[in-house]
Design a binder for this molecule. Structure first.
Ligand code: ADP
Length: 169
């Protein structure tokens, strides 16, 4: 059984086996949670990302996929980078958001990670409505077969925390 926990706070302060990053497909860093992870984790994370780009993802990591690097100076063993879909009102991209959580958990299982912290993927700059992002996140974790013991959603503000609490309450 995977336990879902909610924390209001900064994902870069978490002590877990793996921290999931809402990355962009370049893997070269960005704003939001991605920027925070690279800032606090230090240059080793970007160095690993560059190697992955050179070896496997010259065209970028596709949306919905996930890949692991070192966690650098963070209090974690790995960062799992996943690329969320940009929200669209005209197209239903929710399968890609589901895939971010499934693929991240699959990578976590491959690594042997037992505690994994997730941000609200796609719910920032990528524009996904928070309530729907929370529903997809929680439903997907609940319905994914994984060896991860704890999935910790780390929510950066009250709105995000309330949306996830509604799904788990
Ligand atoms: P995306 O591009 O996938 O939308 P963002 O980083 O813009 O990714 O936002 C995803 C979510 O992460 C948003 O709810 C944002 O408020 C939140 N966030 C930003 N910084 C942090 C942080 N340090 N820890 C946890 N969540 C964060």
């Amino acid at each position: 059984m995977t336990t879902i926990t909610l924390v209001r706070g900064d994902i870069t302060q978490q002590s877990v086996d793996a921290i999931v990053n809402a990355a962009n497909s370049s893997l070269l860093g960005g704003g939001g949670v991605d920027g925070a992870i690279h800032r606090r984790g230090g240059p080793a994370i970007l160095a690993d990302c560059r190697k992955l780009r050179a070896s496997h993802y010259g065209r970028g990591l596709p949306t919905g996929r996930a890949v692991a690097t070192t966690a650098g100076d963070l209090d974690a063993r790995w960062v799992i980078h996943t690329v969320g879909p940009v929200y669209s009102q005209s197209l239903d991209r929710s399968a890609l958001l589901v895939s971010c959580y499934r693929e991240s958990l699959r990578v976590a299982d491959e690594l042997g990670a037992r505690t994994v912290a997730f941000p609200a993927v796609s719910a920032g700059v990528y524009g996904w409505p928070m309530n729907d992002a929370a529903r997809i996140a929680v439903e997907t974790v609940r319905t994914t077969d994984t060896s991860v013991d704890e999935v910790r959603f780390v929510l950066f503000d009250d709105e995000a925390y309330a949306a996830f609490a509604e799904q788990t309450g």
